[in-house]
Structure formats: C-alpha cells, structure tokens
Design a protein around this ligand. Structure first.
Ligand code: SAM
Length: 228
C-alpha cells in the first residue's frame, strides 16, 4: 500500500523518531509492505510567497486552501500528462473533514483490501475549495470525505496518521504473530496483567486474578471473554 500525503506541514510526518518512524509502522516501511510519501503543498505553488490559501468568497473568517496547488499536487502524484489520466482503479483520494463519513475498523479493513494507493489530503483552516472534489470526480477517481470522530481538529494531519496506522495493521504481514489483529483474536478490551503477581502500595495488595496463573488456556480464554 502506498500512502501519499498532501500537507503544508510535512515535518509532522517526516520527523526522525516520529509516529511513522517507530515500531510496527517503521518495520512495515522497511519491509516494503507500506510506502509513505509526503508532498508539501507549497511545492506546488507558483508565486514567490508559496501561497496555498486565500480568503473565502462570500466573506467570513479564516482561509481556504486554493484549488490550483492542490490539483497540481494531485496531478503530480497521479502522473497526469497532457490532462490524460491512466485508469487507476485501486487508487482512492481521501479528503479529511469533521463532517465526513465516520472512519472505523471495518472501513480500515475494506480499504486495505480494495486499494493499493491512498492519497490523503490534509486540510487546515476553513478547509479546501469545494471544486477540488468536482475535478477529482471528473477524473473518474474515487474520493471520500472522512471524519475520524465527532470533534473538530486543527488539521488533517492527525486523521492521516490514524488512517495510516489502522489501515496498515490490516495489511497481511504488517503485524507479527505476537501482535496479530486484536479484533480477530477477541483481545479487544480484555483486561491484561503482567509481573509482579502482587503489587503492594500503601499497605494494600493488588493481585493478578488466579485463573491467569493456572496455565489452563481454555479457561483463561473463557474468563477473558467474560471480563469484557
Ligand atoms: N470549517 C471546516 C469544515 O467544516 O470542514 C473545518 C475545518 S477544520 C478546522 C481544519 C481541517 O482539519 C479540516 O479541513 C480537516 O482536514 C481536518 N479535520 C478537523 N477535524 C477533523 C475530523 N474530526 N476528522 C477528520 N478531519 C478533521
């Protein structure tokens, strides 16, 4: 899976030791199971101030992402030559919006199965010029507006990381045996414990449930299910 991210804050994604550069996602990139490419929207401007936004028509506060740099960025990612686009059935463009379709694990699994290239547009301020969606539809490409929850964030960068993380986990080979999908092995929401068996704090003893020390894996599995 290739993730192309369009953002005005590329360092959020490229930081050494940042979220995408640690642990499972780092290993997935190293093993070429996922590829993350960051595109600075300002690189697709043509004026000396590298302006990506402007005031909204009709008035109101805030700024809106201009259409031209975004279409140039998409054109470059999609390698559109002389207005011609090769058919890209396995490509999906995602525009983040607090009012978009609510993202969940089911969607993550479907997307991981169906597509091999996701282009993530991280909005800021008042969002993106609405005509961007029309151009994409005229290219006959799939576009979805996605929300990661009922709250308003400052930008689409955190939503992009949420999607990359949750979708990557669904790609065969990304999780090792030890980490395999929690939702498939019924481990979501289960109470977990580790050493010491007894933790003493301010005269009180906090013990690990006995059943977990029994070695009876069948009973343990049933107990775990009952504790959710
Ligand atoms: N007036 C804008 C609207 O109605 O879409 C709000 C823009 S919000 C302040 C700035 C950007 O953050 C959005 O364009 C989007 O990219 C991102 N964003 C904010 N909340 C989000 C959410 N819950 N899910 C996904 N993206 C979100």
């Amino acid at each position: 899976m290739k993730f192309d991210i369009i953002t005005i804050f590329p360092k959020i994604f490229s930081a050494k030791g940042g979220y995408l550069d640690e642990s499972i996602l780092k290993r997935a990139q190293k093993n070429k199971l996922i590829k993350i490419k960051i595109h600075n929207l300002r690189d697709f401007t043509k004026d000396k101030h590298r302006k990506v936004d402007d005031k909204p028509f009709g008035g109101g506060p805030g700024m809106v992402f201009k259409i031209e740099p975004l279409i140039r960025a998409l054109g470059s990612i999609l390698r559109i030559k002389n207005s011609k686009l090769r058919i890209q059935k396995k490509t999906k463009i995602i525009l983040f919006s607090p009012t978009g379709k609510k993202f969940d694990n089911k969607m993550a699994a479907q997307v991981a199965k169906k597509y091999d290239n996701l282009i993530l547009i991280c909005g800021r301020y008042e969002g993106v010029d609405a005509r961007v969606k029309k151009v994409i539809r005229n290219w006959k490409l799939e576009i979805s507006e996605i929300s990661i929850g009922d709250y308003v964030l400052t930008g689409g960068e955190i939503p992009a990381m949420v999607l990359i993380d949750s979708i990557s986990r669904q790609i065969p080979g990304v999780l090792g045996k030890q980490e395999s999908l929690e939702e498939k092995r019924g481990a979501l929401g289960a109470a977990v414990y580790t050493r010491p068996e007894i933790f003493e704090y301010k005269g009180k003893k906090y013990k690990v449930p006995k059943i977990l020390l029994s070695g009876d894996h069948k009973k343990i599995a049933t107990w775990r299910m009952s504790k959710k």
